[in-house]
Design a protein around this ligand. Structure first.
Ligand code: BES
Ligand code: ZN
Ligand code: ZN
Length: 500
């Protein structure tokens, strides 16, 4: 989809449709809605009088102009109540409006800065949200559908603004929206990709592309390298798979003068989680192709960071492997030795995320990284606690937790903090090793988090559990059904916040 901005009048655009907004309770004479209404001799006001247009959130009214003005159609998007209006509302409205128009076979659309001005958002922020919402909402994963070429594409979106003085700001907003949404959609692509294609090797190829594009350093550690480093936990998980594991390391240097100004982003990269010998039930096991969503998120976030150029050094680390029940697979009862030297008893081979993350976090520490955020589809239990409405956040460092929550709210992503207490440690004590990899069912997300935290070795560390939020069961707003790409925007924003 092409995106552009022009100075002009929305009523004069020769497009299949123009989008204008209306706040609930507004009287309808101001802004683009008023301009279109006047050009159509009060046709929109008449619909308001009839009660068909109310301006409610999620209300869309398509009006054919029948040659009376240049645009063939006007889509009136309800913006809801003005006092709760924000950029997230713009993203959702833009997404739904454009999906609707695409569904009608309309290829070229012009829109105003929805709700800007009276809605209290500045032009640049609104332009970003319009484009971000559009690209995120129009996303679809149809590459394996034989008839996908029959799907209509939205070819162009033009933002039309009367006030030429904000053009620079708008152009920058569009560019940022494109960058963020492009990265989220990359994460969605790798997470939606079937596991027979998105192998650890393929994930490392994606990381190579991101590195090339952003001029990032990249290193991909092979099984032998991991063995040399003593990464028994990753290798234990990988042992049941025919696919070679990869430890993907991407580095962005934004502050070469100060190596201690560092952030590590560690993403769980299980390209398929069958559960291993503790095999999962068949129901919905296919969704476990998305068990690398955390890894995809950190790789995609690095692409944004490379473009935005914050003054901080950021290292992404993705332990990538399948978790399979092959003949060489690790067994419940096995003991593995981690890179840190700590030993772990494998109680359940399906609790593999914390194993690969343990070694990856230790690797981050070995690089001298003092602030670490890990992102993982770690536990089914997080959905029991929080549903799919927000992700779980845990951390040893409250300032870093707060920064994540702030980065999330700046980006339209929600995180809810759960506690960690020493008393929970009893649940994952082992009779034979330093700890075991499960803590039983009470507080399963907390013990999962704490097991990873055992390897943070004094670093400021935060863990994000995205098992509930990384996949959407149905299309809502700018999040189509399937992989959501959650955390990509939050992580990139975090790097900016920490750099400031
Ligand atoms: N990848 C799963 C967690 C998951 C579940 C992600 C549902 C997305 C949707 C993880 O590896 C896992 O299997 N966790 C176990 C841990 C248990 C064995 C301690 C779980 O949540 O049941
Ligand atoms: Zn898993
Ligand atoms: Zn698992």
């Amino acid at each position: 989809m092409d995106t552009s901005a022009i100075t002009g009048n929305i009523t004069e655009q020769r497009t299949g449709a123009v989008v204008v907004g209306l706040f609930q309770g507004a009287e309808g004479s101001g802004g683009a809605f008023g301009a279109v209404d006047r050009a159509l001799d009060g046709a929109l006001k008449a619909l308001m009088d009839d009660g068909e247009i109310k301006g409610k959130k999620g209300e869309f009214t398509l009006v054919h102009t029948l040659g009376r003005i240049s645009p063939a159609r006007v889509l009136v998007a309800g913006l809801g109540k003005q006092d709760t209006f924000d950029a997230e509302r713009v993203r959702n409205t833009s997404a739904r409006a454009l999906r609707y128009l695409r569904g009608k076979g309309i290829a070229n659309v012009a829109t105003v800065l929805l709700g800007s001005g009276s809605g209290g958002l500045v032009a640049g922020v609104t332009a970003q949200a319009v484009v971000e919402g559009a690209m995120l909402g129009l996303y679809r994963f149809d590459k394996y559908k034989s008839d996908s070429s029959e799907n209509n594409e939205l070819e162009s979106l033009t933002i039309v603004e009367q006030d030429g003085s904000t053009m620079d700001e708008i152009t920058k907003g569009i560019e940022l929206g494109r960058t963020l949404a492009g990265a989220v959609n990359l994460c969605r692509d790798v997470s939606n990709e079937p596991a027979n294609f998105m192998t650890p090797t393929q994930l490392s190829e994606v990381a190579l592309d991101v590195a090339r594009e952003g001029a990032l350093d990249i290193q991909v550690l092979e099984r032998g390298d991991m063995a040399d480093l003593g990464m028994g936990a990753i290798l234990g998980v990988a042992s049941g798979s025919a696919q070679p594991p990869k430890l993907i390391v991407l580095r962005y240097w934004g502050d070469r003068d100060d190596e201690s100004n560092s952030l590590g982003l560690v993403g769980k990269g299980i390209t398929f989680d069958s559960g291993g010998i503790s095999i999962k039930s068949a129901t919905n096991m296919g969704a476990m192709k998305g068990d690398m969503a955390g890894g995809g998120a950190v790789i995609a976030a690095m692409g944004i960071i490379a473009k935005l150029g914050p003054k901080i050094n950021v290292t992404a680390i993705v332990p990538a492997t399948e978790n399979m029940p092959g003949g060489r697979a690790q067994r419940p009862g096995d003991v593995v030795k981690t890179m840190s030297g700590k030993t772990i008893e494998i109680d359940n081979t399906d609790a593999e995320g914390r194993l690969v993350l343990a070694d990856a976090v230790t690797y981050a520490r070995s690089l001298g990284i003092g602030r670490i955020v890990d992102v993982a589809t770690l536990t089914g239990a997080i959905s029991t606690a929080l549903g799919k409405i927000c992700s779980g956040v845990f951390g040893s460092d409250q300032a870093l937790v707060d920064s994540i929550v702030k980065a999330g709210s700046d980006s339209g992503e929600r995180y809810w903090q759960l506690p960690m207490y020493d008393e929970y440690r009893d649940q994952y004590k082992s009779d034979v090793a330093d700890l075991k990899n499960t803590g039983g069912s009470p507080a399963g997300s907390i013990t999962g988090a704490q097991i990873i935290g055992e390897f943070a070795d004094g670093a400021a560390w935060v863990h994000l559990d995205i098992a509930g939020t990384s996949r959407a069961d149905s299309t809502k707003g700018y999040t189509p059904k399937g992989a959501t790409g959650v955390s990509v925007r939050t992580l990139a924003r975090l790097a900016q916040i920490l750099a400031d």
